[in-house]
Design a protein around this ligand. Sequence first.
Ligand code: 2HA
Ligand code: ZN
Length: 275
Amino acid sequence: MRVLDSEFVQGFIRMANDGWEQGWHERNGGNLTYRIKKEEVESVAEALNKEGEWEAIGTSVPKLEGEYFLVTGSGKFFRNIIIKPEDSMAIIELDDKGENYRICWGLVNGGRPTSELTSHLMNHEVKMISSGGKHRVIYHAHTTNVIALTFILPLEDKVFTRELWEMATECPVVFPDGIGIVPWMVPGGRDIAVATSELMKEYDVAVWAHHGMFCSGEDFDFTFGLMHTVEKSAEIIIKMLSMRPDKLQTITPQNFRDLGRDFKVTLPEKFLYEK
Ligand code: 2HA
Ligand code: ZN
């Protein structure tokens, strides 16, 4: 099958374009990667080039040995993915140590996988293990309202989680484990990748202060939906704070406990502190 005809590639392109339309991907901002299923790799096997040069990942992800990923390209614009996907993204294969990758398809005009490949692959490894193999999508976006909040809220997991939960009743059901905060760090390197993947052991969402968000999920719908839900909640905080500096009423810790019981989600007590 042609790579571009396969459902997983179409799903990837649609998600990338949805992110563009949300306004989360100015210029070359953001990146998206998908751990391809074995049967999906087989379905496009004849279109994959296995002669490419191996390149160092910059870290070691041994649990991902031999895995294939569909990834956005470094310096490529999300805005262009829908019109020139073969220029904007690539399929890469990892070697048997999880230390090197090679390009098997895409990036037809040259280029490299996303500048955040180290963060993506370290997060994939952590989430593949913690989800028993279910999580396949890692998504980084420059979500306007969450970024704005990182200038005015303390950079603490418990503050962001609680404030975001309070803004929309469905939030604790969509991200019951909460969200983690990475303080400002230089992007693109191993240090920010290590810090993010540490948080991803506990959470499906990590905020990069003054930069954006990372989300992990099982498929394109869940991962996009997660990013969208967190960002929408942040938008409500901004609107709320723009109207008045404090809340007249809100969802209380006991309301959250009642919600958790009826919706069968465990909400950690550390987020249900008295203010
Ligand atoms: O430009 O978003 O974090 C891509 C990025 C780097
Ligand atoms: Zn970024």
